[in-house]
Design a protein around this ligand. Structure first.
Ligand code: TRP
Length: 679
């Protein structure tokens, strides 16, 4: 087992400090603002199926991977990857750079929340008058106009136009607040998250309970919980679900690696990851209940007032949900200024710890690599982040924001980096070391299945999504990069450019000489074994990769070739099985599997992902599904009740189990049994 770095690194004060900070990062605007409208737009409760798969089969195991990576190396993402292999450093930078892109736009949305919070405070003192409040359908229009026209000065299209000074001011305040939260390091963060995690939770519960008690709320829930299964046949449903799960867990962009690098040497990993994942899921689900119950109540109240507005009529705004639909709905109900205050206060406190977690991860990446001082890097970084953010604060800014965000949060950004992370750590490094490291200090243990989850299962799933969305983009009606008349489609071109710029910059950065020199002695002295088998597997995997390319090309042209598909599957499967065997056999303390076997495993796994994607492409080709809003029945169907019960059971039993493990392991420790430390 490789040496642990026993250097002194700053640590969280307490276990709960780490858990809360990680929850603070995970639970953010993604849960309260994005999850409900994603679900609503993509099949209602049917969306929960890919989402739960993404959360529990992919997300939490990857959270454990990131935690153990950060904890093992005690370094932020770039250095952590450099520790695994010097050529892998770029993977860490890639995520960190995309994280930096997030941190240019995420605070902009927070700035909106800040403004709306202030309007609500003003409303409280004004006898309940809110600038977006209106009645009936005109009222909906008024709420839209207030957000888009009066507040944002929004214009359609992609020309930027002038800056909105009010938003600039709020953005500056947001950055200043983020700066103040992290400039002192994690000890202060530890204190802040007690406030910014627990308080919004409390408020969310209050919002949900209030919403559910209002008349008409169940009708609103019908839009949330009635499933439209047909949406599961669409590529985008799965892509959004995975993108959303990754985004919500703050995966792939180095945040969780960084946070775990500050975790005490004896800190638990597996159970913490499960608690954090469950908490994130539960928060999203609760947020959806709160939002849709309130929308239902709004619909009831407007009907009673003789000016009926249905849930669809307000909720169809997608991202406008938090700034148009929900404020409008609250304005129809008693005590609206106070409730708006609570809602936007929740958004601000939820969002700020997510925003500074990304800043912290970029900061730690730079500081760890260069050895420069935090007190110098942070102000510069904040200034740069704020300046770039100004782009989104112009009249056309929101269009750009939505566009850049959809690349980052989708398969192109977060999905791709997540795939890379699993595949390179799984095949090129030693996930078994990470597993043993995590197990040696955790309240429950991972079996060897986890290695295979990271090495094969997750990459196959993510790989298929990547290929599937690539296909989707290439065959998109109206063109992806160029439209039919040969004109460039600017926003997509910019999105793709950022996606290509990130790895290039990452590779360049990884050539910069590091201040940190990892100790890889344990790896370097190992003898390579299993060359012959490795070469065979390698050849098979490459042949099947070529087949994959041919089949993909044919698919884009609208043709299929089933025989080739089956040959591809067999070759890829054989190469993966063979290389898994070689890794299992030769990755020991003194020897390691040959590089051929590892490359073969990696390529073969990606081939399998491609195979799955092609099956899905063939299968869904005939179906041109319209984008439906969640099925419109006004009453909760029986299925919806079943879904509700299952989800609640899942959450309650999940938490119950985690706490039981934590308690029983604490008891064991008290009874004087040795806490399993390094083997
Ligand atoms: N998880 C946060 C949310 O749901 C956003 C976030 C914070 C994030 N850190 C991240 C997303 C890192 C991706 C990567 O709002």
């Amino acid at each position: 087992m490789a040496n642990l770095l026993e250097e002194q690194r700053e640590t969280w004060n307490t276990r709960s400090g780490f858990i809360l900070a990680a929850i603070g990062s995970a639970v953010g605007l993604g849960n309260l603002w994005k999850f409900p409208y994603m679900l609503y737009d993509n099949g209602g409760a049917a969306f929960l199926i890919p989402y739960i798969i993404a959360m529990f089969l992919v997300g939490i195991p990857m959270l454990i991977l990131e935690f153990s990576m950060g904890h093992f190396t005690q370094r932020a993402a770039p250095d952590a990857f450099a520790h695994a292999h010097k050529r892998l450093e770029f993977v860490g930078w890639w995520g960190t750079i995309l994280g930096f892109v997030i941190v240019t736009f995420y605070p902009v949305i927070l700035a909106y929340c800040f403004s709306f919070l202030l309007y609500s405070v003003e409303g409280i003192f004004n006898g309940g008058q809110l600038p977006w409040a209106g009645k009936g359908l005109e009222g909906v229009q008024q709420a839209k106009d207030f957000f888009y026209k009066d507040y944002l000065g929004h214009s359609e299209g992609y020309s930027l136009g002038s800056l909105r000074l009010e938003v600039v001011l709020m953005l500056t305040i947001t950055w200043a607040a983020m700066y103040l939260c992290i400039f002192k390091g994690v000890k202060l963060v530890d204190k802040i998250v007690r406030f910014t995690v627990l308080l919004p939770w409390l408020m969310l519960v209050v919002l949900a309970v209030n919403g559910l008690m209002l008349p008409g709320s169940i009708k609103g829930l019908a839009y949330y919980l009635n499933p439209d299964w047909s949406q599961l046949a669409k590529a985008t449903t799965w892509q959004y679900a995975f993108g959303q799960a990754f985004f919500s867990l703050s995966l792939a962009f180095g945040v969780m690696i960084t946070y775990a690098s500050f975790l005490h040497r004896k800190g638990d990993i597996n159970n913490n990851a499960a608690v954090i994942g469950l908490a994130d899921f539960a928060t999203s689900f609760l947020a959806g209940l709160a939002i849709f119950a309130t929308l239902g109540a709004m619909s009831y109240a407007t009907a009673a007032a003789g000016n009926p507005v249905s849930v669809q009529e307000v909720a169809s705004g997608g991202p406008g949900l938090a700034f148009v639909a929900f404020p409008y709905a609250l304005a129809q109900l008693p005590g609206s200024a106070w409730w708006s205050f609570i809602f936007f206060f929740t958004l601000v406190t939820l969002g700020i710890d997510s925003a500074f977690s990304i800043t912290e991860s970029v900061l730690a990446g730079i500081v760890d690599k260069t050895g420069w001082r935090r007190s110098i890097v942070l102000p510069i970084m904040s200034f740069v982040g704020l300046s770039i953010g100004l782009v989104y604060v112009t009249r056309g800014g929101l269009n750009w924001l939505g566009n850049v965000a959809s690349f980052i949060d989708g398969t192109w950004g977060i999905g791709f980096v997540g795939l890379l992370e699993c595949v390179v750590l799984g095949w090129f490094w030693r996930v078994d070391w990470l597993r043993k490291h995590a197990n040696s200090r955790s309240e429950w243990k991972l079996g060897i299945w986890w290695d295979y989850l990271i090495r094969i299962f997750i990459p196959v799933i993510l790989g298929s999504l990547v290929v599937w969305s690539f296909y989707d983009d290439l065959t998109r009606q109206g063109g992806f990069l160029k439209n039919a008349s040969g004109n460039w489609i600017l926003p997509n071109c910019v999105g793709i450019s950022i996606m290509f710029f990130a790895p290039v910059a990452a590779i360049l950065l990884s050539f910069v000489k590091s201040f940190y020199q990892p100790d890889r002695s344990a790896q370097n002295t190992q003898l390579a074994k299993g060359q012959n088998g490795g070469v065979v597997a390698f050849v098979l995997s490459v042949v099947s990769a070529v087949m994959l390319l041919i089949l993909f090309r044919l698919a884009v042209l609208g043709r299929e070739m089933k025989i080739l598909l089956w040959i591809l599957l067999v070759l890829a499967a054989v190469s993966v099985v063979l290389s898994s065997y070689l890794l299992q056999r030769y990755n020991t303390a003194t020897t390691r599997a040959s590089w051929f076997a590892r490359w073969a495993g990696m390529i073969g796994t990606l081939d399998l992902g491609g195979f799955l994607a092609l099956c899905l492409i063939y299968f869904t080709k005939q179906k041109q599904l319209p984008k439906t809003a969640a099925s419109g029945a006004d009453e909760l169907t029986a299925t919806a009740y079943v879904i509700l019960t299952v989800i609640i059971l899942l959450i309650v039993s999940g938490f119950g189990w985690c706490f039981y493990r934590a308690l029983s392991s604490a008891k064991r420790r008290d009874e004087g049994m040795q806490y399993p430390d390094e083997e």
